[in-house]
Design a protein. Structure first.
Length: 320
């Protein structure tokens, strides 16, 4: 052939070479995506009266009465294990002390949620009795001697504020005020599993509260994530979400609206008289005051359903 390159791989099939530093940007975006999904899961898990704060106290925080749970989210399984020498760990501990000082009337807890596993410090002098510091942390939070952990923390790169917090407390006070209030939630699932978990949780949530079918819930993850992201970029005072707002969002996403003219046409077609205003099915109207419906005795209580109806009624003003 005159042109031997005719059947060679085209330019569109060749790999694109770029600056390797952009891989760090991709990792950061993946980490932020992980944080958004975990924050969305926390929203779905709220109880009545709880408030989810985003990027105000930690990556997110749940305020339930006088209890404040801050959560830091890290998708770092591919890059590192967790040791007391990790700067992220030291920063989290300093952040916990700051959160306690800013919220003196609340019981504060911090959860460090990460895909990484706990690792043992390289230098034996940094370990506690030959163990990883964070492994021993869990033991000391229960019953083990606190003193070896105190020494390890004071010998680490901890901030001046954290060291002062430690020094001012006895071993039992340190166990109660720090070790039992900071939790290392390691080995968390990867992003793909969190995405599946969010979708499944929303199906259960919308089914229980709004009686939506799984098919009606297909678009809920995207809608919930969009609302979480929108809240994150708002001013501090607006970065909060509630259970009532989640109910309203799910109800709207699972609803199909019709123009008034279309509804009137359907009502006219189904009405024996051909008139609009009331949709007649047999002898009884579909739209009629509840006071005209006959009372029924000996009903079984359906608390979950009535709670869901009441919540929808408060949000939407009408229930079908």
């Amino acid at each position: 052939m005159d042109n031997p390159s005719m059947f060679a791989a085209g330019e569109s099939l060749l790999p694109v070479e770029g600056d390797p530093r952009r891989q760090a940007v991709a990792a950061s975006l993946r980490g932020y995506a992980y944080q958004l999904y975990v924050s969305a899961l926390a929203w779905v898990g709220l109880k009545s009266g709880d408030v989810l704060h985003l990027e105000v106290a930690e990556d997110y925080a749940v305020l339930a009465g006088k209890h404040l749970k801050g959560v830091q989210v890290k998708d770092t399984a591919k890059s590192s294990t967790l040791t007391i020498n990790n700067q992220d760990v030291l920063d989290a501990l300093d952040s916990f002390v700051d959160l306690v000082e800013r919220n003196p009337s609340r019981t504060v807890q911090l959860h460090y949620l990460t895909t990484s596993e706990i690792g043992r410090e390289r230098d034996k002098g940094d370990q506690v009795n030959g163990e990883a510091v964070l492994f021993y942390w869990r033991k000391a939070a229960a019953v083990e001697d606190v003193e070896p952990l105190r020494k390890a923390l004071l010998n680490s790169g901890a901030s001046t504020r954290l060291k002062k917090f430690i020094t001012l407390r006895t071993n039992e006070q340190l166990r109660e005020d720090l070790l039992r209030r900071v939790h290392w939630d390691t080995g968390e699932p990867p992003l793909a599993d969190i995405q599946a978990q969010l979708a499944a949780s929303l199906v259960e949530f919308a089914s229980d509260w709004l009686r939506l079918s799984p098919g009606d819930c297909a678009t809920l993850p995207e809608a919930v994530l969009a609302r979480v992201l929108d809240a994150v970029v708002q001013p501090n005072s607006s970065r909060s979400l509630s259970l009532a707002e989640l109910l309203a969002l799910c109800e709207k996403a699972g609803r199909t609206s019709l123009p008034n003219a279309t509804l009137e046409s359907l009502m006219a077609m189904l009405s024996p008289s051909g008139t609009t205003g009331q949709l007649q099915l047999g002898a009884r109207a579909v739209f009629e005051p509840e006071t005209t419906c006959p009372a029924i005795d000996a009903l079984l209580p359906r608390t979950q359903l009535t709670d869901a109806v009441s919540a929808s009624l408060k949000i939407c003003g009408v229930v079908f």
